[in-house]
Design a protein around this ligand. Structure first.
Ligand code: BGC
Ligand code: BGC
Length: 652
């Protein structure tokens, strides 16, 4: 018995580890059986070891400085850090995906964070179930010795897109076309409220990627190829997110991602899966780095982004997760970033084939929190080993934990760890739907509107007796929303609540006969009537969406051919996450509207088609005539001429 006690003290001082039995009172009966010799041995050991380490196993009472809401954040952080064992510190640096968290894990690993990956929703996917899930993790976290709350993260990248029933806004590419910072700010605030309603405060957004090749499957997550637009809208998003009124919940936290160079990768440089661009290598010089890639980060940080996520991609051949110069020297040093850096999904695993070295190199490069999708145990073991072997200095660990705790204290999470359940009423609130609808209308870019026999297809004639509508995208919420909606890759069909273009058209023109056929086979079509053909890319996310040819699916192209034979005037609405190669479609349709991935509020598309609103969107990307012209840099240098240039957009 006595030996066991000595061993505990010894272990605690060597590893600063928390003994299994956390309750001092619960251990007290054992004391009666401790021999005098053991007491002396213990006392000697306590004297020999630092006083701090024995303090580290105690449960602090409510007078502890870090528990005082009115004490300055820096002092609270110092106080809490001084009480932490090594295991507690490593726990803070660990973020586990919720599907891998078993009951008791938050408590036993002392996790710093839990996340929902793409589609990481509870069953059922309701606000109440979300709150129960996250509050449940929180209760476990608060029951640990030091009671450090978890910060729950989710990808609210176009609304709270993991939650069924949330307001889904246009993906960033559409917001880039609208190019309205005040609008983006309001959208972010609305998204923060809906996210907070389900108990999460931390979004992995905005994505401030500078997409330079639309063949990239994440192009729609990028506001624009123009760094100034990316910087201004990214900062607007952060401002809106962090200032959102989330009732009694703690303050929302935003992430600038993916640091750095995502979107600029070279074709076929990716080594991940069968991706071509995603997670590949970006080649650039110092001018490109400083003039184009860093400003969106600098502006997002100035606007209040307190976390930065590193990119899967490499910068000039070196994986960003292991890039000390860019992560530590430039981001934390030059840009003065004092929040914390979170890895991407198992992103550190790509730094080196040997997992131990991958952990060592990425943490030393400056990654503060590791997003561990599946296996926290292996990461924690590697961390312990690395610290014991002094491959990672304790100083680095303290720096990482200090940053994480700072963000938690700043957000007020210690005082307000739980969801504000009254916010549930704000999910899909009428004002959020109106905002989304406005954003959709503003994001539409009119690319072509050619008169046929003196009349253009758009706007829809006020006296239209009959309108023909073709294409499955016209009546499919899943296609309207794209990837990162309910599921990681998105999905076709009724994946969530919303209004399709067809439904909105019927509501807008109650007196008009709306004839719908998804494949565009109309019997005895009236040649002079208007046909609206909606073509869509299938939903995709990340490298899964990398494409060599940038073409719409064959079925979609055949659809346009079919309707163009039947009608004089075809208004083509393109739902896509990027400019696609139109080829023959360009001449087949008399009007073309780029509608991007508008989200759940299809009425915004009809607001423009009907002429109720003017088209005001402009292209956030050069629109290529063919893939041979890519990447976008060749347009920027003047070597190639796009079909339509960035900034282009017609009006009536
Ligand atoms: C993506 C990130 C995302 C993370 C969590 C990663 O695969 O690259 O953008 O935030 O997963 O879902
Ligand atoms: C997750 C995403 C993540 C992706 C990375 C998916 O299973 O749901 O969040 O970004 O894996 O490969």
């Amino acid at each position: 018995m006595s030996f066991r006690n000595i061993r505990i003290v010894d272990r605690a001082s060597a590893l600063n580890e928390e003994p299994k039995n956390k309750n001092r009172a619960g251990r007290s009966p054992l004391r009666f059986s401790i021999s005098l010799f053991a007491i002396c041995a213990c006392a000697a050991l306590v004297l020999l070891s630092s006083c701090g380490s024995s303090k580290k196993t105690e449960q602090p009472d409510s007078s502890a400085l870090y528990k005082k809401a009115d004490a300055p954040v820096a002092q609270r952080v110092d106080d809490l850090l001084s009480r932490m064992t090594l295991e507690e510190k490593i726990g803070q640096m660990t973020q586990l995906e919720k599907n891998s968290v078993r009951s008791g894990d938050v408590r036993s690993f002392m996790l710093g964070s839990v996340l929902s990956g793409g589609g990481g929703s509870p069953k059922p996917n309701t606000v109440v179930a979300w709150c129960d899930m996250i509050d449940g993790f929180q209760k476990e976290a608060l029951s640990t010795r030091l009671g450090i709350p978890v910060l729950y993260g989710t990808d609210s990248v176009h609304g709270h897109n993991n939650l069924r029933g949330a307001t889904i806004f246009p993906h960033n590419i559409g917001l880039g076309a609208a190019n309205d910072p005040a609008l983006v700010e309001k959208i972010a605030a609305a998204a923060a409220v809906e996210t907070a309603a389900s108990g999460a405060l931390w979004t992995f957004a905005p994505c401030v990627a500078l997409a330079r090749d639309p063949r990239w499957g994440r192009t729609y997550e990028s506001f624009s190829q123009d760094s100034r637009i990316v910087a201004s809208l990214g900062a607007a998003f952060v401002r809106g997110w962090v200032a959102a009124d989330v009732g009694s919940a703690a303050l929302p936290v935003a992430t600038a991602k993916h640091y750095l160079g995502d979107g600029g990768t070279e074709w076929a440089s990716s080594r991940s899966n069968n991706y071509k661009l995603d997670q590949g290598n970006t080649i650039g010089d110092d001018a490109y780095l400083r003039n184009e890639l860093l400003p969106p980060y600098a502006d997002a940080l100035a606007a209040g982004a307190r976390t930065v996520m590193t990119s899967f991609s490499s910068w000039n051949g070196l994986k960003m997760h292991g890039h000390k110069k860019l992560v530590t020297d430039i981001l934390k040093g030059e840009l003065g970033f004092s929040g914390f850096v979170v890895s991407d999904w198992a992103g550190i695993d790509q730094v080196h084939p040997d997992y131990y070295r991958a952990v060592v190199e990425s943490v030393n490069a400056g990654i503060d929190m590791n997003m561990v999708p599946y296996d926290a145990r292996t990461y924690i073991a590697a961390m312990k080993k690395a610290i014991e072997a002094k491959d990672i200095p304790l100083k680095r660990i303290d720096d990482a934990v200090r940053r994480i705790l700072t963000v938690k204290f700043e957000s007020g999470l210690f005082e307000r760890p739980f969801a504000d359940r009254t916010l549930a009423a704000r999910v899909r609130a009428p004002e959020h739907l109106a905002l989304a609808r406005e954003a959709v209308a503003k994001s539409l870019v009119l690319l072509k509107n050619e008169a046929v026999a003196g009349t253009a297809a758009l706007p829809i004639p006020a006296d239209a007796v009959r309108i023909y509508v073709a294409g499955s995208g016209a009546d499919d919420i899943g296609l309207q929303c794209g990837g990162w909606t309910i599921e990681w890759q998105g999905r076709t069909g009724d994946i969530t609540e919303g209004t399709t273009l067809l439904e909105a058209l019927r509501a807008r023109y109650p007196e008009t006969e709306i004839v719908y056929d998804r494949s565009g086979n109309f019997k005895d079509a009236d040649r002079n009537a208007l046909c609206i053909a909606v073509t869509s890319e299938p939903p995709y996310a990340e490298g899964v969406g990398d494409t060599a040819n940038l073409l719409l699916p064959t079925s979609e192209r055949l659809l346009v051919a079919r309707v163009s034979e039947q009608f004089e005037r075809v208004a083509l609405v393109v739902y896509s996450g990027r400019p696609v190669v139109l080829g023959e479609l360009e001449s087949a349709a008399s009007s073309i509207v780029a509608a991007w991935l508008p989200g759940t509020e299809g009425a915004g598309v009809v607001d423009v088609l009907s002429g109720d609103r003017s088209p005001t969107g402009t292209l956030p990307f050069d629109w290529p005539a063919s893939v041979e012209q890519l990447p976008v840099g060749r347009f920027i240098s003047g070597e190639q001429k796009p079909l339509w240039p960035v900034g282009f957009g017609l009006n009536w």
